[in-house]
Design a protein around this ligand. Structure first.
Ligand code: 13P
Length: 342
C-alpha cells in the first residue's frame, strides 16, 4: 500500500471530534472485566458484549476506529454480519491487536518484552483479508528500583519498530503503544523522564527500520504521578508535563497521538485530554484510544442482562461524546450529569 493510503487511514483515525475504542481485551483481560460484574466469560457472552458496543446508535459520531481481538474479528453480530463489516458499514475503521502479550524479559527481573513477531507477516495478511486497516502492539515499562533498564527500553523499541515495518509492508497502519505503567509511588518528574527515555528509543528504532512516520499513530501513556504517590498531580500539571515531554520527544511528522487510559478513572482520562487540547493547537492531533475509560460505565450498566443493553449503549455513547468534546477542549465536568440521548 502506498504511503499516501497509510497516511489517509491514520488521519481518518484522528478525524475531528473522534477517537478510537480499544475493545481488544485478550481472553484473560476480558475475564477480569467480566468477573467485576459477575458475568461468566463464555464466547457467547463476549460476543454479545462486543455486539452491544459496536451496534450503539450514533457511536460513529465520536468513534473513528475499533481495535478488535483475534477472536472478535472472526465473530459476527446477531444477524450474521461480521463485526468488521458492521463497523466499516458505519464508517468505523476496524483494527486488530497483533501482539501476543508482555512476557518476562530474560535476565531482567520484573521487566517485560512483548512477543508476537514470529509469523507476524502471515497474520497481518490474514487480518487485512478479514477487514483490518490498522493494528496495535503494546510494550510495557515499570518505574522504580532501577527500572526500566536500558536493556528493556531498547529491546521493546526494537520489537515495536519491527512490528511497525511489517504492518506498513502489509498496508496496515501501525499504532505504536509504549506504555509506562502508573503502578508505583513515582513522581510526575520520574514519569516524565522515563516516558522521554522510552519515546527517544522508539523513534530512533522506527527511523532506523525505515518506518514512515506519517503512516503511524502513537498510543502513549499520559505523564502521571504513580497511583501510590504521596502527591498526585492535578489535571493542569498532568497536561503541561505531558505536552512538555511530547514536544521534546515526538516528531511533528506523526499525524496523531491516541492516548491509552491506563487505569485512570473515566472522568480523569477525559479531563486530562481536554486540558491538553485546550492548550492547542499542537503539531499532532491529540485523541483517545481508551479501553476502560470508554467501557467502564457501559459494563456496569449491562451486567450481562439483555434487558440492560439499551442503558449500557446510552452509557457508552455518553462517554464517547464527552471524549469527543475533549478533542477540542470544550468538555466541562458539568457535562457528566447530562442525560445521554441515544
Ligand atoms: P486502557 O485505556 O484500558 O488502558 O486500554 C487501552 C489499551 O488498548 C491498552 O493496551
Amino acid at each position: 500500500m502506498a504511503v499516501n493510503d497509510l497516511e489517509a487511514t491514520a488521519k481518518a483515525l484522528v478525524a475531528p471530534n473522534k477517537g478510537i475504542l480499544a475493545a481488544d481485551e485478550s481472553d484473560g483481560t476480558i475475564k477480569k472485566r467480566f468477573d467485576s460484574i459477575s458475568v461468566e466469560s463464555t464466547e457467547e457472552n463476549r460476543r454479545a458484549y462486543r455486539d452491544l458496543l459496536f451496534s450503539t446508535r450514533g457511536a460513529e459520531e465520536y468513534i473513528s476506529g475499533v481495535i478488535l481481538y483475534d477472536e472478535t474479528i472472526r465473530q459476527s453480530a446477531s444477524d450474521g454480519t461480521s463485526f468488521a463489516e458492521v463497523l466499516s458499514g458505519r464508517g468505523i475503521i476496524p483494527g486488530i491487536k497483533v501482539d501476543q502479550g508482555a512476557k518476562p524479559l530474560a535476565l531482567a527481573e520484573g521487566e517485560t518484552i512483548t512477543e508476537g513477531l514470529d509469523g507476524l507477516r502471515a497474520r497481518l495478511e490474514e487480518y487485512r483479508g478479514l477487514g483490518a486497516r490498522f493494528a496495535k502492539w503494546r510494550a510495557t515499562y515499570s518505574i522504580g528500583g532501577g527500572k526500566p533498564s536500558e536493556y528493556c527500553v531498547w529491546t521493546n523499541a526494537h520489537a515495536l519498530a519491527r512490528y511497525a515495518a511489517l504492518c506498513q509492508e502489509a498496508g496496515i497502519v501501525p499504532i505504536v503503544e509504549p506504555e509506562v505503567l502508573m503502578d508505583g509511588e513515582h513522581s510526575l518528574d520520574d514519569a516524565a523522564r522515563t516516558t522521554g527515555r522510552v519515546l527517544t528509543a522508539v523513534y530512533t528504532e522506527l527511523h532506523d527500520q525505515r518506518v514512515e512516520l506519517r503512516g503511524t499513530l502513537l498510543k502513549p501513556n499520559m505523564v502521571l504521578s504513580g497511583y501510590g504517590a504521596q502527591i498526585r498531580a492535578p489535571a493542569q500539571e498532568v497536561a503541561e508535563a505531558t505536552l512538555e515531554c511530547f514536544y521534546k520527544h515526538i516528531p511533528a511528522a506523526v499525524p496523531g497521538i491516541v492516548f491509552l487510559s491506563g487505569g485512570q478513572t473515566d472522568e480523569d482520562a477525559t479531563a486530562h485530554l481536554n486540558a491538553m487540547n485546550a492548550m492547542g493547537p499542537h503539531p499532532w492531533e491529540l485523541s483517545f484510544s481508551y479501553g476502560r475509560a470508554l467501557q467502564a460505565p457501559a459494563l456496569k450498566a449491562w451486567v450481562g442482562k439483555p434487558e440492560n443493553v439499551e442503558a449500557a449503549q446510552r452509557a457508552f455513547y455518553h462517554r464517547a461524546k464527552l471524549n469527543g468534546a475533549a478533542r477540542t477542549g470544550v468538555y466541562a465536568p458539568e457535562m457528566e450529569r447530562e442525560a445521554a440521548a441515544v
